[in-house]
Ligand binder design. Structure first.
Ligand SMILES: [Ca+2]
Ligand SMILES: [Ca+2]
Length: 449
């Protein structure tokens, strides 16, 4: 088209500059008509040229942004997330498509997102969660004017005078006994000085009362932690707080055991625990951190609730395949001889993981995750191996394209040790490319703390 326009222009130019050159020149009108057509033609060309330029620019921009995305995808991870205060984070991978879950300690409730996914945009879905102390006092459980004190996972009542019990439900026998003594003057008498206590009731759990005689009326009182019981106002007996507050429900005095003492009480914990600073709860002793363990050098110390375990990873003995330890908790298969199918079908690796949990942990919950770094082949499969016990308490499910999770499906009553094996297999057109076994051992404490 450009060529034909150029010929027309050359022809017109030569006619205009040399009108008598001997060729048949068109009339002026015809020339103007032709020039208009040429102008139209050029405008059309200019428009189409500009359109092509715009398209080309668009394509270049698209290419540039795609290259940028691929660079980001090369280290395609979201920023690291922290566990909430008084809570835990499950899941370590921050790669695109991976999920992390959040749990709160007992007595705390989660506010915000329970799970967050690392999105394609390299940002996390949802909101960062926090753990909020569950207010056990919200239902006003303390009766008869008692004041409720919210504690971690429980509450306690500070009862108004004259009331006792977990929820201040029971009236307390009065500490003041009024007797009439017509002959007595106003004086303070130590009752024990005047009366010899019977041997059977003597001892640290029995104390003399303090009596004041005011205008012929005797008022007897006891030291804190003691009360006048029965008719004998001269004798104070220890209040058995453990008995008085004995109630298996929320407002227990002690997390574990209560020991009555003269004038008070104390809480005790099973072996392997220390009593907490508030004197009422029990905290596990970390024998592995405090070197209070007898694990040998080739063993690993696993701290458990109420104790510890010494474990040693020995690589499995499987016919046709040999394994070598590549780290404290991992064994990998040595290269197989050519054409040894039995060897190449044996698991490529065994990984070992140990978890310590309390008894009766609520379920369902994710206990462990297994992820493939990248997908080989066309199918990735996760399955649960192991005996009936493992199947009763665990299941394996997929959380994203490359991750399988071991879920606890029913609470486990401790003490117990459970083992589960998660197998991850890679397949290409139903032919197995590799098998990776993760052995998870869960130590369940005898107590729910
Ligand atoms: Ca006592
Ligand atoms: Ca321990």
């Amino acid at each position: 088209m450009f060529a034909s326009a150029a010929v027309v222009i050359v022809l017109l130019c030569s006619c205009l500059s040399h009108p008598t050159f001997g060729q048949e020149c068109p009339s002026r009108q015809e020339i103007q008509g032709s020039l208009k057509q040429v102008q139209k033609l050029l405008s059309a060309h200019e428009a189409s040229y500009l359109q092509s330029l715009r398209n080309l620019k668009k394509k270049i921009n698209l290419l540039q942004s795609n290259t940028g995305k691929q660079t980001a995808r090369a280290n395609n991870t979201c920023t690291k997330l922290d566990a909430p205060l008084k809570g835990r984070k499950l899941g370590k991978s921050h790669s695109v498509g991976h999920e992390v879950h959040f749990l709160c300690d007992p007595g705390f409730e989660l506010v915000g997102s329970e799970s967050r996914i690392c999105q394609d945009s390299l940002t996390w879905s949802g909101q960062q969660p926090t753990c909020r102390d569950i207010n056990e006092c919200a239902s006003s459980p303390c009766l008869n004017g008692g004041m409720c004190v919210d504690e971690v996972n429980q509450f306690s009542c500070v009862c108004a005078k004259g009331w006792a019990g977990t929820t201040c439900q029971s009236p307390v026998p009065t500490f003041f006994v009024t007797t009439t003594n017509a002959s007595a003057a106003t004086s303070t008498v130590n009752a024990a000085a005047a009366t010899t206590l019977p041997a059977a009731t003597a001892g640290p759990f029995v104390r003399p009362s303090r009596c004041t005689i005011v205008q012929g009326t005797t008022h007897c009182t006891c030291e804190p932690g003691y009360t006048i019981s029965g008719r004998d106002s001269n004798t104070c007996t220890d209040i058995d707080e453990c008995e008085l507050f004995h109630n298996g429900q929320t407002g227990r005095l002690c997390l574990h055991a209560c020991v009555n003492t003269p004038g008070g009480y104390r809480c005790s914990c099973p072996a392997g625990y220390n009593v907490t600073r508030d004197g009422r709860s029990c905290k596990d002793i970390d024998e592995c951190a405090s070197r209070q363990n007898n694990c040998t050098k080739d063993q690993m110390c696993i701290n458990t609730y109420g104790g510890f375990q010494c474990v040693r990873v020995d690589c499995p003995k499987i016919p046709n395949a040999t394994y070598v330890k590549t780290s404290t908790m991992r064994c990998e298969r040595n290269p197989c001889p050519l054409d040894n199918k039995a060897c190449s079908q044996a698991p490529n690796s065994f990984s070992y993981h140990y978890l310590a949990v309390v008894s009766n942990l609520s379920a369902p919950r994710v206990m462990f995750r297994v992820s493939a770094l990248r997908q080989m082949g066309d199918t990735l499969r996760f399955s649960l191996l192991g005996g009936r016990l493992a199947r009763r308490h665990f299941t394996v499910q997929r959380s994203d394209r490359l991750t399988g999770e071991l879920m606890l499906v029913s609470p486990v009553q401790g003490p117990a040790t459970l083992e589960a094996e998660v197998e991850m297999s890679e397949l290409e057109r139903r032919v197995q490319l590799g098998r990776y076994i993760t052995k998870v051992t869960m130590f369940v404490s005898p107590y729910d703390f």
